[in-house]
Design a protein around this ligand. Structure first.
Ligand code: AFP
Length: 320
């Protein structure tokens, strides 16, 4: 694994994790460069296969996965668990960490030039892959994402608050811009894929119905809806201006536990959100107290401003 001593300031990064974080950042700069060139980089949105869950695999999904895997091989990461690969890979016999990754999240947005991202979670490794990843999410030692948007940014937590870094594309380095992000407590925005309304459970419908009734309903104010189709973009908006995101379980076959995966999507997002003073649940109980039973296991995800997420949990209690 090559080192990248200057790609990221050292101040708020635990020294032992710096080589791994700097490698993730160095690869993300290359991924951002591929994305920024769009179809000049090739048919990035071309379907090239299916992942273990039967989701369409786009060319950029596979390319990003190969870039991260190759760069991390031989370094401090022992186990590499990727959305794009059925089983975890042993990258370094003597590695100290188990890293789970969604190399390219939001791939349905690749061909329409909408923000996409990489999501990662790091544990202290155990001997085996399963015991390293299938454990309470609160045992993460790092979690975060890289957002490939108009600006490329890294948002990460090591358990001492949530930091934001912006890529300076001219200098090719990430610059710290926020040492302690805070989820705003008030917002009028909610994010959910409303086309699934008929499949939702009663508590979720009740929460959204109240939002839709607006000023004349129990919430006494009007709301606005957002749905980007990229979890990383939704997370960044909520970290920046508050709100709530819901991907609940629903009655569609295969969606009993929603669409998002615990190990490399929900757990790291919950970590950055809670470290920024927000809340993340499966609709009822904290995500960080849950653990996956399989590497690609799904879990419903509700996160954002604490009072909003708590209100969803209250609806579940009321209709229990
Ligand atoms: P893709 O990576 O397959 O586009 O999925 C993105 C995602 O996992 C997450 O980033 C979005 O929030 C969510 O799926 C969108 O799901 P719907 O397409 O069902 O709205």
């Amino acid at each position: 694994m090559t080192t990248h001593p200057d790609v990221l300031p050292h101040d708020l990064i635990p020294e032992a994790l710096y080589p791994t974080l700097s490698t993730l950042c160095a690869v993300s700069i290359d991924v951002a460069g591929v994305i920024a060139r769009g179809t000049l980089s090739g048919a990035l949105a071309e379907q090239v296969g299916e992942n273990t869950d039967g989701d369409n695999q786009k060319a950029l999904d596979v390319m990003a996965d190969e870039m991260f895997e190759a760069a991390l091989r031989g370094g401090d990461v022992r186990w590499y668990g990727s959305e794009e690969q059925e089983d975890a890979l042993l990258l370094s016999e003597n590695g100290k960490y188990a890293l789970a990754i969604d190399p390219l999240d939001g791939s349905s947005n690749i061909d329409v030039n909408v923000s996409i991202g990489t999501i990662f979670s790091i544990f202290d490794t155990k001997e085996g892959a399963e015991e390293s990843f299938l454990r309470p999410a609160k045992e993460q030692i790092a979690g975060g994402y890289i957002l490939y948007g108009p600006a490329t940014c890294l948002v990460v937590t090591f358990g001492n608050g949530t930091q934001q870094y912006i890529l300076d594309p001219v200098k090719g380095v990430f610059v710290l811009v926020e040492a302690a992000m805070q989820v705003p407590e008030t917002s009028k925005e909610f994010a959910i894929n409303a086309s699934n309304y008929r499949h939702w459970t009663k508590p979720v419908r009740a929460y959204i119905d109240d939002c839709l009734e607006g000023m004349n309903g129990p919430r006494g104010k009007d709301f606005n809806m957002r749905w980007v189709g990229s979890l990383v973009a939704e997370t960044h908006r909520i970290l920046t201006r508050g709100g709530i995101f819901l991907y609940p379980g629903d009655s569609r076959p295969g969606y009993e536990n929603g669409r998002l995966r615990m190990v490399y999507e929900c757990a790291p997002i919950a970590f950055v959100i809670e470290q920024a003073g927000g809340m993340a649940t499966n609709g009822e109980v904290p995500i960080l107290d849950q653990q996956a039973t399989t590497l690609h296991g799904r879990i419903p995800l509700v996160f954002g401003s604490t009072d909003k997420v708590q209100r969803v949990a209250d609806h579940h209690t009321l209709t229990a």
